[in-house]
Design a protein around this ligand. Structure first.
Ligand code: ZN
Length: 84
C-alpha cells in the first residue's frame, strides 16, 4: 500500500478534532505499533486509513482505502481528544 504524508492541517483534523480530513466523519481507532496508530474513517463510503504518530503528533501518513474486512479490526469511534 502506498503511503502519502499528511499535511499539518490534515494531522490537526485527526489528532485535535478526531475527524476525517477527507469527509469530516468520526474516526475509529485501530492497531498501534510503537508511537504510530492506525486510524480509520468510520464513513463506509470513505474508509480512508491513516497511520499517525499519536505520541508526538508530528507526522502521519495516508495508507489508502481500507477494505470492509480490514475495517472490522477498528473501533470504537474515537471521541475528540481520545486519539492519543
Ligand atoms: Zn473519511
Amino acid at each position: 500500500m502506498e503511503s502519502t504524508p499528511l499535511t499539518k492541517y490534515q494531522l490537526s483534523d485527526i489528532i485535535d478534532q478526531s475527524k476525517c480530513p477527507d469527509c469530516n466523519n468520526p474516526l475509529m481507532g485501530g492497531p498501534t505499533g510503537g508511537i504510530m496508530r492506525n486510524i480509520l474513517c468510520s464513513n463506509p463510503h470513505c474508509r480512508q486509513e491513516f497511520n499517525v504518530d499519536v505520541t508526538f503528533g508530528l507526522s502521519g501518513y495516508r495508507s489508502g482505502k481500507a477494505s470492509e474486512e480490514r475495517a472490522q479490526m477498528f473501533g470504537p469511534r474515537l471521541d475528540r481528544k481520545s486519539v492519543v
